[in-house]
Write a protein that binds this ligand. Structure first.
Ligand SMILES: *[C@@H]1O[C@H](CO)[C@@H](O)[C@H](O)[C@H]1NC(C)=O
Ligand SMILES: *[C@@H]1O[C@H](CO)[C@@H](O)[C@H](O)[C@H]1NC(C)=O
Ligand SMILES: *[C@@H]1O[C@H](CO)[C@@H](O)[C@H](O)[C@H]1NC(C)=O
Ligand SMILES: *[C@@H]1O[C@H](CO)[C@@H](O)[C@H](O)[C@H]1NC(C)=O
Ligand SMILES: *[C@@H]1O[C@H](CO)[C@@H](O)[C@H](O)[C@H]1NC(C)=O
Length: 558
């Protein structure tokens, strides 16, 4: 069987040695579930066969009037129908033996490997022009088509993965300006006595445990982000003199963070800066899931290594790859991210606190949060299953857990609404009477044991180290165990308090954004990164003081 296109493309000659028999052939393509094979056939039929069929049909129709049989066996009719039935695409071809042979070849070819030496045209137009000049053997033609389709499919996949990788590194790298800020402020700490002055001043120390103040807790190693959170909270407050900020940072950022708040006082509000090394309670015995992870070599490679090299791209979808990358974000192995579950112990004298993430901006007075009656619950949080934003606000437990797993199916309800970290009102007094921390530890162990339990998605996926586990068991978030640990202890608060999703997508509703009390850049596109969304950035940058020497000298976001 041979295929030839005339140079004018006015005629196609398909020659075959077989005699013409009319066959009825029906191909059904269920569009909902397209495998490579059906895709292959569909594209072939639509892109390549239909033009042939059309031309042949036209010829047959035209010439059928006088039954001119210039095509030999073709006079028995040849037609093609294409209809959309629900989601099914049905292509029917009444055809000659000839075309059936053609299918036989395609079928055979679709299960065959492409020979290594096969020269593929660079584009489909080149293919067409080569078809004009060459007599293709139908089998070579089919092989070339298949090779070209596989190549383009592979290229699309690879570029998708490359894009995800680039985004991942763009999101996990520390921008130069922020790094510079940290270095210079650390340097200032050792050279400038003002940068080392006690925070807060000794006469204000009693305020740190006075429950008539509004206590905010923020844990971060990003000095610029901390300054935006603190500045925005104070500027938006009606009673800034009642605000106390407890900024917790890691050991390496402590000096820089302290310098910043010592040199840029926020009075009348009060700021305390603490390093994790200054909490006596944070020991390995109390916090069994935390090890000195950042110093561990294998872990460093795991989080900072070449993720694409070890990945088997042929059995990975871009979505699972993205979620694996996210779970490997270096920031998620930081001790700072685990602190929130230990707040009652870290602040033994406080009763009600608001815990903020470092990627939020406060736009409204938050003091009414302290008046919300949590009704005996521990955690006042916004729920993430209702709202206009279909993507960010569509998270139920089934989005975080694998309900095919018996452990999960037995204990949880897939339709239960999830809630968000970012801005939470915690009643530490009630919390201390619960077993939330123990539940958290227990489930962490369970979840670490069964790697396939958590499907984790979204920004709150981050990893915890379990002493019994090794690296393969790290794909775990803090939100999933928290979703279980706080079960029955969450009091939903009005969504206008906390608007999520500014780091995920460009489609954020600006009117709602302006009205929200707290806006949250959760997602990869943080406002301090180049990949941040330009039109959302000003809501964050307006709290940066560009006349500050350190900000100026480090060329932050210029
Ligand atoms: C990748 O996965 C596919 C399908 O599971 C398998 O056939 C292939 O051998 C794997 N490749 C590597 C390099 O592990
Ligand atoms: C969900 O759990 C089932 C049963 O343990 C397991 O076979 C499956 O691979 C899991 N799915 C994912 C996405 O981990
Ligand atoms: C990780 O766990 C697996 C299975 O429990 C074990 O075979 C493997 O040796 C462990 N790897 C390391 C580095 O401990
Ligand atoms: C985001 O949306 C704004 C306005 O709708 C548009 O100007 C901008 O180009 C978009 N940016 C991206 C990265 O899509
Ligand atoms: C901004 O920084 C300058 C220089 O440090 C300082 O004088 C000024 O008060 C700051 N402005 C605000 C609003 O904090």
């Amino acid at each position: 069987m041979q295929l030839r296109l005339s140079p004018s493309m006015r005629s196609i000659t398909i020659s075959s040695s077989s005699n013409g028999f009319v066959d009825l052939m029906k191909i059904k393509v269920a569009a909902r579930h397209i495998s490579y094979r059906t895709l292959f056939h569909t594209i072939l039929i639509l892109a390549f066969l239909l033009p042939f069929v059309f031309i042949l049909t036209a010829l047959v129709t035209l010439e059928g009037v006088n039954k001119c049989s210039s095509f030999g066996g073709w006079d028995q009719g040849f037609s093609a129908g294409l209809m959309i039935q629900g989601r099914k695409l049905v292509v029917m071809l009444w055809q000659q033996r000839l075309v059936r042979d053609f299918y036989k070849i395609f079928n055979q070819v679709s299960s065959e490997e492409i020979p290594d030496g096969l020269k593929l045209p660079d584009s489909f137009s080149q293919l067409v022009s080569e078809m004009k000049s060459n007599k293709y053997n139908a089998k070579d033609f089919a092989l070339i088509l298949k090779g070209m389709m596989e190549r383009s499919e592979r290229e699309i996949r690879e570029s998708k993965f490359a894009e995800l990788m680039n985004k991942h590194f763009a999101a996990s790298a520390i921008p130069k300006g922020i790094h510079c800020l940290s270095l210079r402020l650390t340097d200032e700490y050792s050279s400038n006595a003002h940068a080392r002055k006690q925070l807060p001043s000794p006469e204000l120390l009693p305020v740190l445990s006075d429950n008539s103040y509004y206590h905010f807790i923020l844990a971060t190693d990003n000095i610029l982000a901390a300054s935006v959170v603190v500045t925005s909270a104070i500027q938006s407050s009606l009673k800034p003199y009642k605000i106390v900020f407890h900024v917790i940072t890691d050991k390496k950022t402590y000096a820089g963070m302290h310098s910043w708040f010592a040199l840029n006082p926020v009075s009348p509000a009060v700021v305390e800066v603490k390093g994790v090394h200054q909490f006596d309670w944070l020991t390995r015995e109390n916090v069994p899931v935390l090890e000195a992870v950042e110093n561990h070599n294998g872990i460093r490679n795991y989080y900072h290594g070449n993720h694409i090299a070890g990945a088997n791209l042929s059995d990975t979808t871009p979505r699972t790859f993205a979620s694996k990358l996210q779970a490997r974000s270096p920031k998620y192995i930081s001790l700072l991210n685990h602190l929130r579950i230990y707040l009652p112990e870290l602040f033994p004298n406080l009763d009600k606190v608001v815990f903020l993430d470092d990627d939020v901006v406060i736009q409204r007075d938050l003091s009414p949060l302290w008046e919300i009656d949590l009704g005996g619950k521990v955690n006042g949080a916004v729920e993430t299953c209702k709202g206009d934003d279909e993507w960010v606000m569509s998270k139920r437990l089934r989005n975080y857990f694998n309900f095919s797993h018996p452990l999960i199916a037995k204990n949880l309800n897939p339709d239960e609404c999830a809630w968000a970290y970012g801005m939470n009102v915690f009643d530490l007094h009630v919390w201390r009477k619960t077993g939330i921390r123990d539940t958290y530890h227990t489930w962490l162990k369970e979840l670490c044991h069964y790697e396939d339990v958590v499907v984790g998605e979204g920004e709150l996926v981050f990893s915890l180290h379990n002493l019994k586990s090794n690296l393969t068991m790290w794909k775990l978030g803090t939100l999933p165990p928290a979703l279980i640990a706080f079960k029955g202890y969450v009091h939903p608060i009005d969504p206008s308090w906390h608007m999520l999703g500014l780091g995920y997508q460009n489609k954020t509703n600006i009117e709602r954004l302006k009205k929200a009390a707290v806006i949250h850049y959760n997602g990869q596109s943080k406002p301090w990164l180049e990949i941040g969304f330009e039109h959302l950035r000003p809501f964050w940058t307006k709290y940066i003081n560009y006349s500050n020497d350190f900000i100026r000298n480090c060329h932050i976001l210029e």
